[in-house]
Design a protein around this ligand. Sequence first.
Ligand code: CA
Length: 228
Amino acid sequence: MTEHVLLIEDEADLRMTLCDRLKAEGYVAESAADGDEGLQKALRKAHDLIILDVMLPRKNGFDVCRDIRNAGIATPIIMLTARGQLVDKVLGLKIGADDYLTKPFEILELLARIEAHIRRGTSQPAREAVVLQFGALRVDLKGTTVSRNGKAVPLSAREFQLLRYFAQNPGTTLSREVLLREVWGYSEDTFTRTVDVHVGSLRQKLEKDPKQPELIVTVPGLGYKFVA
Ligand code: CA
């Protein structure tokens, strides 16, 4: 499988050098030259890893990182920071970056980190909890059954997978793209309507009033959120 890397870096020379090198290493590399463009690209399409410079025009790397995480995207992020900015490192890790690298760095070092993070991402074991309880709603992950107020709610396989993903990520805004990738296993933007249809049928089965959902709420412009 070919890994997709998004590089958000405003220095044209470094951007081009890194892009060329990533391609030479077999990655599909996409790049953005400012924070706004980088965030849009990160939200539009699934990547396996994001390299994010801190000092960026239009939107700095910390804000981009926070917005990516707030959109429910868990892609590993390696931040690029200037020499000796310890505060930056701490802040970066706090708002959801996975790693940071101080400029100037050796490209080999960056490539090693990229590989390590991508490998770690794909080998993460599934969460262990077997039964999740949210008020009247009970989701049995092992038995793949759902009940509400003790009454079984029949779900299709896909509805169950979607509910399971919501229930494992409560309180997180999840974009349609993320849901497609994680639940359906693909990321084509044209199919995001599929997510809406399945969220609609889950609401019909689980919400007290499907028109006023309290469990799976819409986050305008971003996606959906499971409210535990
Ligand atoms: Ca910069």
